[in-house]
Design a protein around this ligand. Structure first.
Ligand SMILES: [Zn+2]
Length: 351
């Protein structure tokens, strides 16, 4: 799996610097500068489900996984190794991960808030574990009960444990509240960059930046991602945006223009953060995939299939607030017809 991931990285590198690329789904104008391929990493099974009251049964999560996989998604965060008493919604993470591991080529990741969670991720052979760090000290103390630098020290312990066990589970340091925080207000760019570098120095394989509470705007995204990329290059792995104030997709576009080729998203835009008052859902997977494909960026995702899955999810999560826009209007009619008439090989092209 590790080597497959390396191959995946090199494929993305090959398409960067940007080139003109025509999507097989939605032939459109040539793209502006930005990677010709991008990965939409589904995080709804973790970020989404942890923030809503409904506890989705394991069988439904597995249906979700299977359908997302069938729609072409190849990176999915399946849950979090946290004590069940804290997040009963994610108590079955090991079981969901085990199912994900039966799907060929799927890179299944989990979130781990501490060393204990990391031990479980290693034990269960996750492809990747995301260790969250809040650049905001106030958010870090509220959410993780640790200062950011204590989290960095924890990552060093996790790396040592991984090396001791000979595991190939990759470690991603996820720097959250990178654009500000509801509790603390401003978070200095210099502090975000310092912590990002510290995570890598401590042994993280890669890092990502998250706008946990929806404070980012396209200009601040462009500025911070450019600086981050200049500092750590390709080890800047993923962008994670919440759509709290309606700027999620604009922020994705700004990050994509700086060369980012991987974005977290939740089907139907579910999600948020229980410790960040006011935070709401992630960018909606189906809207994001549609935007990228429409721009000519290959995601390997069958957007109509995602819309069908969203419809099923609306039944599973009856009573919960769902988000997203594409489902309301549907695909533009001419495009929908083109998709319906496309050869089967064009309806799902996994990355
Ligand atoms: Zn999030």
């Amino acid at each position: 799996m590790y080597f497959l991931m390396v191959l995946g990285i090199s494929r993305i590198r090959q398409t960067h610097p940007p080139k003109t690329f025509m999507s097989p789904f939605f032939p459109s104008l040539p793209t502006k500068p930005g990677p010709g391929r991008a990965v939409v990493r589904e995080v709804g099974l973790r970020d989404g489900l942890q923030s809503i009251a409904t506890v989705l049964p394991t069988a439904r999560k597995i249906e979700w996984l299977d359908a997302a996989y069938a729609a072409g998604q190849r990176e999915i965060e399946v849950g979090s190794f946290v004590p069940a008493r804290l997040l009963p919604q994610l108590a079955d993470t090991a079981e969901v991960l085990a199912h994900a591991q039966t799907l060929p080529g799927l890179r299944a990741s989990v979130l781990v808030p501490n060393f204990k969670g990391a031990e479980r991720a290693l034990e269960h052979g996750a492809d990747l574990m995301v260790v969250p760090l809040s650049a905001s000290h106030a958010h870090s103390l509220a959410n993780l009960r640790k200062t950011p630098d204590e989290v960095v020290a924890e990552v060093a312990r996790i790396r040592a444990q991984r090396d001791a066990t000979g595991s190939r589970t990759l470690i991603e340091g996820g720097v959250g509240t990178a654009f500000g925080c509801t509790l603390q207000g401003e978070v200095a760019e210099g502090e975000v960059l310092r912590l990002m570098q510290a995570l890598l120095d401590a042994g993280a394989d890669r890092v990502s930046l998250a706008d946990t509470v929806g404070f980012a705007d396209p200009a601040s995204v462009q500025r911070l991602f450019e600086k981050a990329r200049a500092l750590v290059g390709e080890r800047l792995w993923c962008a994670h945006f919440h759509d709290t104030r309606g700027m999620g997709l604009a922020n994705v576009y700004a990050a994509w223009q700086t060369g980012i080729a991987r974005f977290d998203a939740c089907l139907a835009g579910i999600g948020g953060c229980p410790h960040a008052p006011g935070a709401s859902g992630n960018v909606a997977t189906e809207d994001l995939a549609f935007m990228l494909e429409r721009m000519g960026v290959d995601t390997g995702i069958d957007v109509p299939a995602l819309l069908v899955l969203r419809q099923r999810m609306a039944d599973w999560l009856a009573g919960e607030t769902l988000h997203g826009t594409l489902w309301q209007a549907g695909l533009p009619r001419a495009l929908a017809a083109a998709v319906a008439n496309a050869p089967a090989t064009l309806t799902a092209q996994p990355l």
